[in-house]
Each structure stands twice: as C-alpha cells, then as structure tokens.
Design a protein around this ligand. Structure first.
Ligand code: CP3
Length: 358
C-alpha cells in the first residue's frame, strides 16, 4: 500500500465532519468535463469517455485539470456511476449526443435472476486510477470516490438508457416488487464493495449519487431507494488508518425527505437548488453537514449576478463556522463558460471568510 503525502487543505473533510473551518469549502459536481477546453483536448487523445475512464494516466490528468485551474477544495475521481452495471456484464456504450446505453438491459425475470455482482478484478482500472490520482494530488486537496445509488443504477439497468418517465422500471417496481428488491439487494452489496475498494485505494470521502430517487412517489422512495442507501452506508468503512472517511448521500429532488436521508447515517446530505439550506438545517440540526445548492444555470449569468446568488446560498445556510460544503445543485453544464466557475469559487471563498468575522 503506498504512503500518501499529508493533506495540506482538509477544509472539505472538516466541514463534512462539522468541525470549524476558516471558509466554506467548494467543489462542483462534474467538475472535470466538457466545459473545460483542456478536457476536450485530452478526450480527443483518449478517443471516448470510457477511453479516458479506463486509462489511469488519462483519468488522473482530467481529474487534476479543474484543480489546476481553480482553487477548489476537493477533487473527485474521474469515472462514471455506470461502470458498476458495465462490470456486471450489461454492456455499456456512450452514444455521441445521446448519452449512455446498455446492450443487455434487465427486462425479464430471467435477466434479474441471472444478475451477479461484478467479477473480481473487473473494476480494477477504477481503483488504479484512485491510487494514482491520490498520489499525484500530493496532498493538495482530498479525493472523493463515488458510486450511483442502488436505485439510480437500477434505473439505467432496467430502462437501458436515460429516461424521463421511468415507465419500464416503475412497471417492474409496482408489478414485481420481489424482482425489484432482488435487483436492489445485489446493487447495494456491489455499491458498498465498490466504495470500500475505492477507500482502500485512497479515496478520502465517498458520495452516493441518487440522481433519480426524486422520481419516486413518497413511500416508494423509502422502500426502493432510501432503504438500500441506508444499507450501503451501514456497510461502508468509515475510517482508514485512524482517519475518518465521511460519506455524502445526494438524492436529486429529495429535499422534502431531508430528515429521512439524514437518518441514513451519512455524514452529509447533498441538496439540489429547489431546497432552502436554512430550512433544511432547521430540520436536521447538526446531525449532518449540507452540500449544495447553487442552480447550475446561474453560471450562464454575469460574474456580478453569480456572486449575488452565491451570497444568497451562503446566507441561506446561515451558520458560518462549519457544516456547509458549497456545490452546485446538480452537475455543471458542458456549455458553462469557464470564467463563471472562477467567479463562483472566488465568491464562495471570499464571502464566507467575511461571514466568519461577523
Ligand atoms: O463529478 C465529476 O467530475 C466526476 C465524474 C462523474 C461523471 N459522471 C463523469 C461523466 C460523475 C460523478 C458522474 C456521475 C453520473 N453519471 C451520474 C450521477 C450524477 C448526475 O449527474 O446525476 C449519472 C446519472 C451519470 C450517467 C451519465 N454519464 C450520463 C447521463 C452521461 C451523459 C450525459 C453527458 O453529460 O454527456 C454520462 C457521461 C459522462 N460522465 C460525462 C462525464 C464527464 C460526459 C463525458 C464525455 O462525453 O466526455
């Protein structure tokens, strides 16, 4: 096991653990990606998204690009949530302009009964990338590992691609809840193993992306998404070599379930821009840190407007010494002007410092 350099900036980890920080740490979901010209240049060499993700040298290079360009407080592994179902044999393809597709989606009882956890070794390229990124970060900022939630992975596994309505998986959920639960149990164990292997490889915090939990009805969310995230969190290694490994759970569209999500045992919950951070904090107290929640569309406005909206989010959170990790409410758009991110990061750091002196 390699010895990693000591961490120079642990602001992000301290905020997640509700310990005091001098300013509010910030990172962006999808911070390495097509809005950066340097990413597009590396992607041209790698050939495709999976070409980058499966090559640890290239995955390391693109993970570090936003860290070199902006004073961000965390790096996130360059990969995708769909690597896990791909390793289960579903055949992942990224179709240019259309997004991800699976060659062998799970549609029948036989498909679900034949599903197995990923073969050992099939995700080693991810763990190699984690170790290489952590080494090359050289302690600048912590590295976040991640996975999709059992439910969100199931959405792609059953639909076979992205969806607006989720008719195929909801039909399975309501007509064959037994099959749905079988699939989700396999996913939960696979996700926990995958995150624990990232922690062993060097990830210093982990995040579960429940991008489609918000598509579920109240009641169905608790039964088919939340229950399995609770299981994942309970199986995670929360400490490595005496250092805590915080876990973040992000259900997009899940603000109205914040208290229940906070009770999963995670250290922090992610929120999209429809939530009010102050109201959520009043409900959950200091039990968890909050991550979010600027509308990514604000990055299409002018720098002064971006600053004003950043101030609103910081002020909405209300408490100024800890427990808030600034982020967007969802991934950054590929059409975002890179200068907008510079204005946003600067506004978070500078305004949050002034709040601590008041
Ligand atoms: O945040 C980061 O910088 C880390 C990298 C990361 C990617 N995907 C890279 C990526 C993370 C954390 C993800 C998570 C992910 N992937 C989610 C959950 C978060 C969310 O956005 O809700 C989901 C639903 C996916 C599935 C996925 N991957 C879709 C729908 C797409 C196509 C949409 C698009 O933007 O093209 C991807 C591809 C993908 N994953 C890209 C990147 C940078 C685009 C890659 C490219 O074409 O070069």
């Amino acid at each position: 096991m390699p010895q990693f350099a000591p961490l120079k900036n642990d602001t992000f980890l301290r905020a997640l653990l509700r310990q005091p920080t001098e300013y509010t740490p910030v990172w962006l979901m999808r911070q390495a990606g097509r809005y950066l010209p340097e990413y597009r240049a590396t992607r041209a060499i790698g050939g495709s998204f999976m070409g980058l993700a499966t090559n640890p040298d290239l995955a390391t290079e693109v993970t570090l690009q936003p860290i070199d360009r902006y004073p961000l407080d965390a790096a996130i592994l360059f990969s995708d949530i769909l690597t896990v179902p791909d390793a289960m044999g579903l055949g992942l393809r990224f179709v240019e302009g259309e997004g991800p597709k699976f060659d062998r989606p799970l549609r029948t009882e036989e498909d679900v009964l034949a599903l197995r956890a990923p073969e050992p070794g099939s995700l080693d390229y991810v763990f190699k990338a984690v170790t290489q990124i952590r080494t090359e970060l050289n302690g600048r900022v912590p590295l976040i590992g991640f996975s999709g939630s059992p439910w969100t992975l199931a959405c792609y596994m059953v639909e076979g691609e992205g969806s607006r309505e989720f008719h195929t998986i909801k039909k399975m959920l309501y007509s064959r809840p037994d099959l749905m639960h079988r699939l989700l149990s396999i996913n939960a164990q696979s996700v926990a193993d995958y995150l624990n292997a990232q922690i062993d490889a060097g990830a210093q915090a982990v995040m579960v992306f429940d991008s489609w939990g918000g598509a579920l009805a109240d009641g169905a969310f608790q039964e088919f998404s939340l229950q399995y995230m609770r299981q994942v969190v309970s199986l995670l290694k929360r400490e490595k070599d005496g250092v805590k490994i915080p876990a973040i759970v992000f259900t997009k569209g899940g603000g109205h379930w914040a208290e229940e999500i906070a009770a999963t045992g995670a250290d922090a919950i992610g929120l999209d821009w429809t939530a009010n951070l102050g109201k959520i904090r009043a409900l959950v107290g200091d039990k968890v840190a909050l991550q979010g929640n600027l509308d990514p569309a604000i990055l299409f406005a002018e720098p002064d407007q971006i600053r004003a909206e950043v101030v609103k989010v910081l002020n909405a959170y209300g408490r100024h010494d800890t427990g808030h990790v600034f982020n967007l409410g969802h991934g950054i758009s590929q059409f975002t002007p890179p200068e907008s991110v510079a204005a946003m990061v600067d506004a978070v750091h500078s305004h949050s410092r002034t709040l601590r002196n008041t």
